[in-house]
Design a protein around this ligand. Structure first.
Ligand code: NAG
Ligand code: NAG
Ligand code: NAG
Ligand code: NAG
Length: 436
């Protein structure tokens, strides 16, 4: 008898202790984790992360370290220096663990007597993907370009190419980080005028995050995100001709489940806020909530919707439909079923869509026929929209001169898969045609 009473306690203690250990050790630690303070001979710490000194300190005349003489005091220290490339140049990163990686490029132009960084125009490529074409950054803006790419070799080369001889390239900081294995699944639901189908092959494509939104909440900075991402509020994307719902927040614990969405899919701060809808006076739920996101035409997009039922008082009370560009994407979502009857447990849905012809993606949540007007009937906690590289491995296609010569090169048998070689003199002469 005594034994029987004590054993469960010991077991309980062991389980609690194990889960305590699990919580301690479960914080994500990437095997590749390069943070580079480009153009600086010194390391600098931002949000508890150390950006290392630029190793290229014996710079040749085509690589120039530049320091902002008048940095704005509230800007991050990584933006106070930059490296300048006056000829095609690259950074090489040794990759310990092949697989999906996050690549972030930071650009924040400043002016020095010899270089005005906002007048730079350049290309950036990696692993055969053209990440940026004829890229320039307006005066006084910070731009972070954020990519998810499968690195299938032991070296990652990121190449910077000025568009012409009179131009130059620059970058302020680079991050190359191993992603958690399950960050991007290979398959998503395709949604279009023909209905819903299966879209395969996502994990071999390069993705560029173009919108990352904390719905109903505040900006989430890299400090509060397990993968050091930035999430911005949703207000500016709400389609105000319909109802905008109500922003809510939750002070309880988010219940991550084994096999479910993790903190690396989205952090607590994203799941703890949401926009919801409850119609007090209606006999039946009648309104949608819609967000509209500008995107470039000519690409497909992965739309990842993050959900966590932080509002229902009991399971199986919240039902809704998801529409993308007005097409039904998922009917009668019941988060309780998707999270094994657990409230406050995170879940996400991945869809692939084409933008509508005006260059936007509409994301709508609407009442289901199972919804009841007396309970919350709509919810969305977070949203990411990622551009999928096109069949030529490009993100910034355009119909400019330089794009056409590349098209010619590909059709004449060049293999983009084997890496974009730095442009030859001939390429530079060609693109010099529109350098002015
Ligand atoms: C931005 O442009 C203004 C003039 O338009 C100039 O005074 C200022 O120095 C520029 N800042 C940078 C960082 O280039
Ligand atoms: C730098 O170049 C940009 C774009 O050409 C221009 O708007 C800006 O005024 C320039 N800044 C300075 C300080 O010359
Ligand atoms: C991190 O999140 C907490 C909780 O939401 C917030 O109070 C804090 O200001 C955030 N810190 C930063 C640096 O964003
Ligand atoms: C919500 O939007 C969808 C797609 O545009 C539409 O079919 C549906 O009728 C709308 N529902 C309500 C209640 O407005």
């Amino acid at each position: 008898m005594v034994q029987n009473q004590r054993n469960p306690n010991i077991l309980f203690f062991v389980l609690t202790f194990l889960s305590f250990l699990f919580n301690l050790t479960s914080s994500f630690s990437p095997s590749d984790n390069y943070l580079l303070n480009c153009g600086s001979p010194f390391a600098t710490t931002v949000d508890n992360r150390v950006f290392l000194a630029d190793p290229d300190s014996h710079s040749s005349s085509s690589k120039i370290f530049l320091k902002d003489q008048n940095p704005s005091p509230d800007s991050s220290a990584i933006y106070h220096t930059a490296i300048i490339f006056t000829t095609p140049s690259s950074y090489r990163f040794h990759i310990k663990t092949k697989g999906t990686h996050l690549i972030r490029l930071h650009f924040s132009p400043f002016s020095s007597p010899s270089y005005n960084l906002s007048s730079a125009i350049f290309h950036v490529s990696a692993l055969g993907f053209s990440l940026l074409r004829e890229f320039s950054v307006p005066n006084k803006t910070h731009v972070v370009k954020d990519y998810i790419i499968n690195v299938d070799r032991e070296e990652l080369v990121i190449s910077f190419t000025p568009v012409c001889r009179s131009s130059f390239a620059f970058v302020n900081a680079i991050e190359v980080i191993s992603a958690p294995k399950d960050l991007i699944a290979n398959v998503a639901q395709w949604v279009g005028s023909e209905g819903v189908g299966s879209y395969e092959g996502l994990s071999d494509q390069a993705l560029e995050t173009v919108h990352r939104i904390n719905v109903g909440g505040m900006k989430v900075t890299p400090f509060n995100d397990t993968l050091w991402r930035t999430w911005i509020p949703d207000e500016n994307f709400l389609f105000l001709e319909t109802y905008e719902g109500k922003a809510v927040s939750f002070g309880g614990r988010i219940k991550y489940q084994i096999g479910g969405a993790t903190r690396e899919i989205a952090p607590d701060n994203v799941y703890s806020t949401a926009r919801v809808m409850k119609e007090a006076n209606a006999a039946a739920p009648t309104s949608n909530i819609t967000w509209v996101f500008p995107v470039s035409l000519g690409y497909r997009y992965l739309v990842r919707m993050h959900f966590c039922d932080i509002v229902s008082l009991a399971v199986n009370q919240l039902y809704f439909n998801v529409y993308l560009n007005g097409y039904l994407a998922y009917r009668d979502v019941d988060l309780s079923v998707l999270t094994n009857q657990m409230l406050a447990a995170p879940y996400y849905l991945d869809f692939v869509v084409d933008p509508v012809s005006s260059g936007v993606i509409h994301v709508t949540i609407g009442p289901s026929s199972l919804s009841s007007p007396s309970t919350i009937n709509l919810i969305l906690n977070g949203l990411e929209i990622m551009k999928i590289s096109n069949s030529m491995g490009r993100f910034d296609g355009g119909f400019q001169q330089s794009w056409r010569w590349h098209l010619l090169k590909v059709s004449s048998g060049d293999n983009l898969e084997d890496g974009n070689p730095p442009p030859s003199g001939e390429d530079l002469r060609n693109s010099a045609l529109h350098c002015g």
